[in-house]
Write a protein of this length. Structure first.
Ligand code: BGP
Length: 470
C-alpha cells in the first residue's frame, strides 16, 4: 500500500531502549545473588564471561542519566530472579529489592517509563538442579516470584513482560547456551518445558490483573515473518509451517489460550506433544495479555523440505539462523535482502510485514522490545564512535514502522537493542549493539568508561521530534 500521507507517531509513543540483567549488570555474585543457569554456562574460551558485563549494577545512575540525556521515554531492563529470590523461591533478598527499587526510582526521576522483563533466560540454577522447567514446581516458583515483584514494584511499573523469547529458548536451546556439560534435551522434553512455561505465564498474567490494576503485561517473543523461496505452492506451505512453529504457536497460547492447531497436530504426529494435566486448559484460557512485545531482527526465506537429512544445516545456528527440519522446511537464500557480518538478514520492509501479520492475528497493541544491529564498533582517539550503519539500520526500520502505523497497526513504542553496549552471548564485546559505547575489551576491563556513539545523538534527535522526519 502506498499512501498520500503517512501517519505520525502517537503522542505518548514510548521511545526507549533495552538491556537484560545478565548482559548488562555484572556483579554476578554480589549482594546475595545466586547463580543462574547463564552464570553456569561453559562460555566459548574467546568470549568474555558475564561476571562484570557492563557493570550497570554499580553504574546504573550514570547510565540512566545518559539515557535521560538521549531523551529516552522508556527503559526496558530485566530483573534477575536470582537477586530477588536467591533460593528460587522462599526467602526474599532485601538487597535485590533495594537495587531494582533504586533503578526504578532513578528512571522515574527522569520521567523514563520502566519496562520490566521478569525473566530473560536466567533461571535460578538451584531450580535447574531440581529439573528446571520440566518440573511443574517451577510454575509455582515463577508465580511466587511474580507475586513478590508485583507487590513491591506494581505501584511504580506499568509495563511488564513475562518471559523473553520463549520461542528462542525452546527452538534454539543451544543459542542461549546450556548449563555446564549439558546436552540438548529432546523435542518431547522441550515442548513439555514449553507447556509449563505457558502455564506459568498464564497464571502470572492473571495474578497481575488482580494485583496491578491499570498495568499492562505481555509476552516478549522473537517474531520473524517467513517468505516462500519461490511461488511454488510447496514452498508457500513450508514457509507457513515454519512461521507457525517458530512464531504463532508461541503467541497463540497466551492470546487464544491454546496451541496453534497446525502446531498441535505436528506435535501429536511426532509424539512430542506435552502431557496436559486436568485444569491446564482452564489456566491457559483464563489469562490474556494486554499487548504483544516483539523482538524483531530479521525475516527468513523458506523452501519445501526435500524429505531427507539434507534439509537440516550441519552448522550450529543461533536465534536468527534457520536450521531446517526434515519434512517441515528447509532454509533458503533471499537475493533481495542484505545480511550483517554475522549472517543475520537485514530486512526493514520485513519488519513492516511482520508487524502487519502480528497485528492482523492478535489485534493487540505491539511494543517493540528489541531491534538492532550488532557490529564491532571502533572507539576513535577523540572518543567518538562513527556507527553510521546503526543509524541507517534503525532509520530504515523506523520508517517501515511508520508505514505499519499508517497501515493501521497499533504501536505502543520502540525499545531497540541496546540502550548501552552489553555482552553478546556468542560474540562478547566484539559484537556491540548500544547507543553508548562501553570501553572494555573481551578480557581487559579497562575503566569501563562510557562514550556516546553517533547513533546516540541521532536517536536523541528522532525522539525530540517524535519521529516526524522519518
Ligand atoms: C535476542 C536476545 C537478547 C540479545 C539479542 C542479540 O535474541 O533476547 O538478549 O542477546 O538477541 O543477540 P546476540 O547478542 O546473540 O547478537
Amino acid at each position: 500500500m502506498q499512501y498520500k500521507e503517512l501517519k505520525q507517531f502517537p503522542e505518548k509513543f514510548l521511545w526507549g531502549a533495552s538491556t537484560s540483567a545478565y548482559q548488562v549488570e555484572g556483579a554476578v555474585a554480589e549482594d546475595g545473588k545466586s547463580p543462574s543457569i547463564i552464570d553456569m554456562y561453559e562460555h566459548p574460551k574467546d568470549v568474555a564471561d558475564f561476571s562484570v558485563a557492563s557493570d550497570h549494577y554499580h553504574r546504573y545512575r550514570e547510565d540512566i542519566a545518559m539515557f535521560a540525556e538521549m531523551g529516552l521515554k522508556a527503559y526496558r531492563f530485566s530483573i534477575a530472579w536470582t537477586r530477588i529470590l536467591p533460593g528460587g523461591t522462599g526467602e526474599v533478598n532485601a538487597k535485590g529489592l533495594e537495587f531494582y527499587g533504586n533503578l526504578i526510582r532513578e528512571c522515574r526521576k527522569y520521567e523514563i517509563e520502566p519496562v520490566v522483563t521478569m525473566y530473560h533466560f536466567d533461571l535460578p540454577y538451584c531450580l535447574e538442579e531440581k529439573g528446571g522447567w520440566l518440573n511443574r514446581d517451577t510454575i509455582d516458583a515463577f508465580v511466587n516470584y511474580a507475586k513478590v515483584l508485583f507487590k513491591h514494584f506494581g505501584g511504580e511499573v506499568k509495563y511488564w513482560l513475562t518471559i523473553n523469547e520463549q520461542n528462542t529458548m525452546i527452538l534454539h536451546p543451544g543459542a542461549i547456551g546450556l548449563p555446564n556439560g549439558g546436552e540438548l534435551p529432546s523435542k518431547k522434553v522441550m515442548y513439555q518445558q514449553n507447556h509449563h512455561m505457558m502455564l506459568a505465564q498464564a497464571e502470572v498474567m492473571k495474578l497481575f490483573h488482580q494485583m496491578v490494576p491499570g498495568g499492562m503485561i505481555g509476552p516478549a517473543l522473537n517474531l520473524t515473518a517467513m517468505y516462500p523461496a519461490t511461488c511454488r505452492p510447496e514452498d508457500a506451505i513450508a514457509a507457513h509451517n515454519w512461521e507457525v512453529l517458530r512464531c504463532w504457536n508461541f503467541a497463540d497460547v497466551p492470546v487464544y489460550g491454546w496451541y496453534h492447531p497446525l502446531a498441535w497436530e505436528y506435535m501429536k504426529d511426532r509424539k512430542i506433544a506435552p502431557e496436559v494435566t486436568n485444569g491446564d486448559r482452564e489456566i491457559l484460557k483464563n489469562a490474556k495479555p494486554d499487548f504483544i512485545a516483539m523482538n524483531y531482527y530479521s525475516t527468513a526465506t523458506i523452501a519445501a523440505s526435500r524429505g531427507d537429512a539434507s534439509d537440516v544445516a550441519a552448522r550450529a545456528g543461533d536465534q536468527q539462523i534457520m536450521l531446517g527440519e526434515q519434512g517441515v522446511y528447509r532454509p533458503a537464500e533471499n537475493e533481495y535482502v542484505g545480511k550483517t557480518q554475522y549472517g543475520w538478514v537485514v530486512d526493514p520492509v520485513g519488519f513492516r510485514y511482520t508487524l502487519r501479520k502480528t497485528y492482523e492475528r492478535y489485534r493487540l497493541p505491539i511494543l517493540i522490545t528489541e531491534n538492532g544491529i550488532g557490529a564491532p564498533d571502533t572507539l576513535e582517539e577523540d572518543g567518538s564512535i562513527h556507527d553510521a550503519y546503526r543509524i541507517d539500520f534503525i532509520r530504515e526500520h523506523l520508517h517501515q514502522m511508520k508505514l505499519a502505523i499508517t497501515d493501521g497497526v497499533d504501536m505502543l513504542g520502540y525499545c531497540p537493542w541496546a540502550a548501552i553496549d552489553v555482552v553478546s552471548t556468542h560474540q562478547g564485546y566484539r559484537k556491540r549493539y548500544g547507543f553508548i559505547y562501553v570501553d572494555r575489551d573481551e578480557f581487559e576491563l579497562k575503566e569501563l568508561k562510557r562514550y556516546r556513539k553517533d547513533s546516540f545523538y541521532w536517536y536523541q534527535n528522532v525522539i525530540r521530534e517524535n519521529g516526524k522526519s522519518l
